[in-house]
Design a protein around this ligand. Structure first.
Ligand code: HEM
Length: 384
């Protein structure tokens, strides 16, 4: 894929969707699922698996790195029921809407403290100076751990994310395995002192060593799933607003509901553009027969634009209340969705209120290349 794909993948997704809502790609050797109904039915189907070994037919380069393979086998995002259900339930109450509401003031403080640091600057990188530290601060409050643990974990997660994007590459697997060792060290020392307010507390238990693997693997999963995604939503969201000055002014003046703004940004530029799946038995999707063992690339980002049914799919509209599947669908629906929503609403409304005259320097915009999620690497802004 050329650089332009990573800057704006949507023309490519549009062509995929135009071709078919579901089609077999000979080069990638996967079914590409792009249509709104097709994505919905694949992700809800009991014939479809998220199991790590099934997804890779046991052929990923992680086979040679037992600590990496063990971690991925321990991520409930990469499990099927009933193992998935059991682990997810352990955590559920810490991610419920009411618990997230109780953290709203803490999220506001995280954002306010970051904005204070930025106020005196002439130029601010919206990704590295704002979105990333805010996402780390928020996750640190949810897990009730020091923020430097989260930011250090985020650095190591880069290697794991690269490996997951290219699971056949041995050198990526080696780097990811090294990262797992460092993450283990990072979270192991925290276990004995976790407070009952930490989402990780139920896994550490009274005797942290008894459940160490489950505790460590889930801590890594939450760092992986929660940090870059939330940072991506805040950074790309602000970038799109700054690129549309009239909309930016509207949001800064409080004329658009923060909830509506964030939902539309999730639809417009989906932070996790795709999720992988594999068929465990034959199934039919939009008239196509997908055979047991066939792999699928489920394009949430394409389904969210829904060009087939929406005349204005490529425009931002904060009044339309348009639906999206940015947090997935079905049993693996994002556990952290209420956190991500609240964090992004807080970050975007406080940033725009603090910097109503902010201006983007378009020539400084850089997108990350070769990642499985949408990541703005940097973009400089004159705050006032
Ligand atoms: C904008 C931010 C976020 C986006 C766009 C996002 C997106 C997603 C998506 C699409 C899935 C489904 C994966 C699949 O079907 O295979 C997912 C799952 C998950 N997310 Fe998020 N996520 C975000 C933030 C968070 C946060 C803040 C946390 C936790 C602190 C989190 C934790 C999880 C977990 C644990 C799963 C696995 C759920 C399961 O397998 O049952 N996410 N997320």
């Amino acid at each position: 894929m050329g650089l332009s794909f990573w800057e704006d993948p949507y023309p490519v997704y549009k062509n995929f969707q135009k071709r078919s809502s579901v089609y077999w790609d000979d080069m990638l050797e996967v079914w590409v699922v792009t249509g709104r109904n097709a994505v919905n039915s694949v992700l809800r189907s009991p014939e479809v698996s998220s199991d790590w070994l099934r997804l890779n037919a046991g052929q990923s380069a992680a086979r040679d790195f037992p600590e990496l393979e063990r971690m991925l086998l321990g991520w409930f995002m990469l499990m099927d029921p009933p193992g998935h259900t059991r682990l997810r339930r352990t955590m559920q109450s810490f991610f419920a809407r009411t618990r997230v509401e109780s953290l709203a003031d803490a999220f506001r403080d995280v954002v306010a403290a970051q904005l204070e640091l930025l106020r005196p600057l002439d130029s601010v990188d919206v990704a590295n100076d704002f979105a990333t530290p805010v996402a780390s601060g928020v996750l640190a409050r949810v897990l009730d751990v020091p923020v430097d643990v989260i930011s250090t974990a985020a650095v190591h997660m880069g290697a794991i994310a690269s490996f997951l994007a290219f699971p056949h590459k041995r050198d990526f697997a080696a780097q990811a395995a090294d990262a797992v060792g460092r993450l283990d060290d990072l979270y192991r020392v925290l276990a004995p002192d976790l407070s009952p307010d930490s989402a990780l507390f139920p896994l550490a238990g009274d005797d942290p060593t008894a459940a160490e693997d489950t505790y460590l693997h889930t801590a890594h999963l939450l760092s992986f799933a929660g940090q870059e995604t939330t940072a991506g939503l805040i950074a790309t969201g602000l970038l799109h607003l700054l690129s549309a000055p009239d909309l930016y002014k509207e949001v800064a003046a409080g004329q658009a509901e923060p909830e509506a703004v964030v939902e539309e940004l999730l639809r417009f530029d989906t932070p996790v553009p795709q999720v992988p799946r594999v068929a465990v038995s034959d199934l039919t999707v939009d008239g196509h027969t997908i055979r047991a063992g066939d792999r699928m690339l489920v394009l949430l980002a394409a389904a969210n634009r829904d060009w087939q049914n929406s005349a204005d799919a490529d425009g931002l509209d904060f009044t339309g209340n348009r639906r999206h599947m940015a947090f997935g669908v079905g049993v693996h629906y994002c556990l952290g969705a209420p956190i991500a929503r609240r964090a992004a609403q807080t970050a975007i409304s406080q940033w725009t209120a603090a910097f109503p005259a902010a201006r983007l320097s378009p020539e400084t915009v850089r997108w990350a290349v070769g990642t499985g999620y949408r990541r703005l690497e940097s973009a400089l802004v004159r705050p006032s």
